[in-house]
Design a protein around this ligand. Structure first.
Ligand SMILES: NC(=O)c1ccc[n+]([C@@H]2O[C@H](COP(=O)([O-])OP(=O)(O)OC[C@H]3O[C@@H](n4cnc5c(N)ncnc54)[C@H](OP(=O)(O)O)[C@@H]3O)[C@@H](O)[C@H]2O)c1
Length: 366
């Protein structure tokens, strides 16, 4: 039985905690770090809508560091390298949806700190999710198994964030609703950070597939809303940012080889001059042979489900990609574990439905 700690019980963190309680008899949830005072001291099961499990969440990082655990599942809204380095140095492996997707290509000083922490704690760290994550890492590598040669890889993500519950991310972090002049790859710490993680993904594919690129450029076009939009408790005012088209392009001798493009809107207005891939993610590999695949996640393709459930499915997918990686990351040699070095991560529960450890479900009854 591996002992795990859930760091952050937001949208993604709560999906992971419920999956552990419901489906993972191989994992024991021994702690949770929360930021909200209202969750401090509350049983983790209660926080995520399950029966109490007898373990309370804490806002105290020191308490978490003292716990004996094999792995920390790190899903805060804003990632802190100091916290992750302390966890790794204390001997806990870390899986995260927030960053460290290809740590070999982060700022060298940070990279060396993370590596030193891994060496000290004999631990490893793995960043993944949907994108960055499976669709920008696992899937292209899997498809590349059918390639003789590759000329160009493009991953387009088209998403309207209006129904994404994590408005702290939409408005505070991603700066939707701010003046369009305020949006650039370096405008705020978070936008710079966000740009850096997609830049890392381009480097990841380049390194894994011998692209030998010289650089990755980042650019963004911000689009103003034509009308007001009410997004949960936020008013996105006409004239403020309602669209962000980001492009991260890896070039060799000036030639674009790998591109990640995100076409993000809030409020549902879609600029006429933007490309129009289907909603979701479109991955194109130009080469011998050329291949294209489209990915979308829903709560179900057969039963009717609410928009909230459909949106939640993306958080489930992001969370499960790292939860399912926990055993492999615990077994990986100390250091950076990426989709290129880990074995293929697959569903642990698969078709199994029975809840782990006899927990009774309070909220969703499946
Ligand atoms: N790679 C991917 O494909 C992918 C997909 C989705 C999300 N993500 C990332 O996963 C992370 C979690 O996303 P989410 O949708 O779960 O976000 P969310 O719902 O906004 O989750 C908020 C989480 O952040 C915590 N929090 C509150 N104040 C904070 C602060 N000052 N600093 C740090 N954390 C704070 C909350 O604590 P409490 O536990 O007290 O509520 C909660 O756990 C984010 O970093 C997001 O960018 C990645």
């Amino acid at each position: 039985m591996r002992r795990v700690i859930q760091w952050g019980t937001g949208t993604v963190g709560a999906e992971i905690a419920t999956a552990i309680i419901d489906h993972r008899d191989d994992l024991e949830l021994v702690g949770a770090l929360v930021y909200s005072e209202t969750k401090n001291g509350v049983d983790i099961g209660t926080i995520v809508g399950r029966e109490p499990i007898g373990v309370t969440a804490t806002t105290d990082v020191e308490q978490i560091l003292k716990l004996a655990a094999d792995c920390v599942i790190y899903t805060p809204r804003t990632a802190h390298l100091d916290d992750v380095c302390r966890l790794l140095a204390s001997g806990k492996n870390v899986v995260t949806t927030a960053f460290l997707f290809h740590p070999a290509r982060i700022d060298p000083a940070d990279r060396d700190r993370v590596l030193a922490a891994c060496e000290k704690g004999a631990s490893s760290v793995h960043g993944s999710g949907i994108n960055p994550g499976n669709l920008s890492g696992v899937l292209p590598l899997a498809l590349s198994g059918m390639s003789r040669t590759i000329d160009r890889i493009t991953l387009q993500e088209r998403a309207d964030w209006s129904v994404y519950e994590s408005t702290g991310i939409t408005f505070d972090n991603m700066a939707f609703g701010r003046p369009v002049e305020d949006i650039s790859p370096t405008a705020t710490d978070f936008l710079a950070f966000n740009s850096s993680i997609f830049t890392e993904q381009v480097w990841f594919l380049a390194d894994a597939l011998n692209a030998d690129i010289d650089e990755v450029s980042a650019s963004v076009e911000a689009i103003a809303a034509e009308a007001d939009h009410q997004i949960f408790d936020h008013l996105l005012a006409a004239g403020t940012t309602a669209g962000q088209r980001w492009n991260w392009i890896g070039r060799r001798d000036g030639e674009p080889l790998i591109e990640i493009e995100t076409l993000w809107t809030v409020g549902g207005e879609y600029p006429g001059h933007w490309p129009r891939p289907a909603h979701g993610w479109t991955l194109t590999i130009e080469g011998d042979p050329s291949m294209r695949t489209h990915f979308m996640s829903l709560a179900s393709f057969t039963r009717s489900a609410s928009m909230e459930e459909h949106v939640r499915s993306a958080s489930v997918a992001a969370g499960m990609q790292i939860l399912n990686a926990v055993p492999a990351v615990c077994q990986a040699p100390p250091g950076f574990a990426t989709s290129a070095t880990l074995p293929l991560v697959r569903s642990f529960a698969g078709f199994r439905r029975e809840p782990g450890r006899g927990q009774r479900l309070l909220s969703d009854g499946h």
